[in-house]
Design a binder for this molecule. Structure first.
Ligand SMILES: Cc1cc2nc3c(=O)[nH]c(=O)nc-3n(C[C@H](O)[C@H](O)[C@H](O)COP(=O)(O)OP(=O)(O)OC[C@H]3O[C@@H](n4cnc5c(N)ncnc54)[C@H](O)[C@@H]3O)c2cc1C
Length: 454
């Protein structure tokens, strides 16, 4: 069905193919090896020390493949040239929008960013090749998101990975042409509606009903805090189809197109930071069988997988913000004097820098390991996703706070991105599961199943 519809990062990949260093680097990569890369025994030999040469397996390799390093450099340039100059505009729009949902990036600027990103091959990074994507996987996406998030401009590359995963796992028949492909190419936007007034951390407690009547599904209920609902072409709506079974066979996902009769989006929640999610009401909303996403009653597991993908992304966003903070903290500490001495000479400041760097590095390794597991397939990565989301979102709060303290008054001002970051990242400890729920889940898993092998 499918001729490529997205522009591949041809420049990068061709350069890699023709470069000896690129090929060697690609061939020798084993540890966090991207699936697109081949591995040859001949290439690995020089990397063994005498002891390791006798081993059957090559030790773990912590180096990013050459193609991902090139991708990272492409994104870094995009951030420097396109996003950083937009930051003052975003800060001002966020301060001025008050209780409204005014987009933080001016729409014409967002269009420009999208075409630039497409032109340099940043679209469809985790979209399968048969749908015109680059199929570079989640490690590539992790690298890209971290880099993008070294800027506060809330620009996301289409398609948004969590719903992409859920649609890819669950779309069938006509849904592939109607929803998955336009979503994968960035033509359509979507939202997901899980949370309800009485079900947030515990989505299994949702009340929203979908009943089968006269050959149609009829949806009734209320969802809250639904990000992007007003801009979405369709919303993935989670509803109870069998109250007795609940999350074990009684929750189904539906695709509801915008402007479907009975669905309304009356109000915006003005929350801390950059988000402006919505309340969405469903009043006898009728959808045909063809709008069931996946199997009837079995929507909960794909939804959880989708949440796992966003959890990984939140860790990557946290890494980007933390890196930006460190990039601001280090020169400031080296040039700012108080009481006749540089801040860099104060032990307190040294510890802020040392701790921030170490915490960031630790989050990066568990996040890349998770991305690698996702790319390999066949792993149960739910605990890893909980862990990286928890550690990333808590780490970034500490790092941003230290950076603000180091900058004193300027750290509080809107002339710097730190104040924006502090509010934007606060919500990362809440959505996609609050920290406490992830701690509880990790403990429950260990207490039930014991220590994992690795
Ligand atoms: C900006 C924003 C955007 C959002 N976007 C979306 C979206 O697009 N789609 C969507 O469906 N939802 C979205 N949400 C909803 C979000 O996922 C929920 O707010 C979140 O899951 C928490 O649920 P709750 O608000 O009902 O808090 P509650 O479930 O009431 O929990 C409150 C607090 O109780 C504590 N707690 C809960 N359970 C436990 C436990 N087991 N152990 C220890 N402590 C616990 C935690 O501290 C938690 O913060 C968004 C929320 C925000 C703020």
């Amino acid at each position: 069905m499918t001729k490529p519809v997205l522009s591949l990062s041809k420049g990068n990949l061709e350069a890699l193919e023709t470069s000896t260093a690129g090929r060697a680097s690609r061939d020798r990569h084993v540890g966090f090896r991207h699936p697109a890369m081949t591995y040859t025994a001949a290439a690995r030999a020089p990397y063994y020390n005498t002891g390791a040469r006798n081993r059957k397996e090559r030790p773990m390799d912590f180096e990013l493949p050459e193609e991902l390093r090139m991708l990272r450099e492409t994104v870094a340039r995009f951030v420097r040239e396109e996003l950083i100059p937009l930051e003052p505009v975003v800060i001002r729009r966020e301060a001025e929008r008050g209780l409204t949902d005014t987009p933080l990036i001016p729409p014409e600027a967002e269009e420009k960013l999208k075409s630039k990103a497409k032109e340099i091959g940043l679209y469809g990074i985790d979209v399968p090749e048969e749908y015109g994507g680059q199929n570079m996987g989640m490690l590539a996406k992790a690298v890209v998101i971290e880099e993008l998030k070294t800027s506060i401009v809330p620009f996301t590359l289409p398609p948004d990975s969590p719903n992409l995963w859920m649609l890819r796992e669950s779309c069938k028949g006509d849904q592939v042409e109607k929803y998955f492909i336009p979503y994968a190419t960035g033509e359509k936007k979507s939202a997901i509606a899980i949370t309800e007034p009485s079900a947030g951390s515990d989505p299994a407690a949702m009340q929203m009903r979908a009943e089968y009547k006269n050959g149609k599904w009829v949806l009734n209920g209320q969802k809250i805090f639904i990000s992007g609902a007003r801009r979405a072409d369709f919303i993935i709506v989670m509803a109870v189809t069998d109250p007795k079974k609940g999350s074990r066979g009684g929750i189904t996902a539906f695709i509801v197109d915008k402007d479907t009769k009975g669905m309304s989006i009356p109000s915006v929640f003005s929350t801390i930071g950059e988000h402006a999610p919505y309340a969405v009401f469903f009043d006898d909303v009728e959808v045909p069988d063809g709008q069931v996403l996946g199997e009837i009653g079995n929507g909960f597991a794909p939804m959880q997988n989708r949440l796992g993908v966003r959890r990984m992304e939140i860790a990557c966003r946290s890494l980007g913000y933390a890196r930006r903070c460190l990039e601001l903290m280090i020169p400031q500490a080296n040039q700012r004097k108080t009481f006749g001495a540089l801040l860099a000479d104060r032990q307190q400041v040294q510890w802020w820098i040392a701790d921030s760097f170490q915490e960031m590095e630790m989050v990066r390794w568990i996040t890349w390991r998770l991305a690698w597991k996702m790319d390999q397939g066949g792993h149960d990565w739910r605990r890893d996703a909980a862990m990286v989301k928890l550690q990333g979102s808590e780490m970034v709060g500490r790092v941003v706070d230290r950076a603000m303290q180091l900058f004193g008054g300027m750290g509080m001002s809107k002339d710097m991105p730190l104040e924006y970051m502090a509010r934007a990242c606060r919500v990362w400890r809440i959505f996609e599961g609050p920290s406490e729920v992830h701690r509880w889940f990790i403990a429950r898993d260990l207490l039930r199943n014991g220590m994992p092998n690795s």
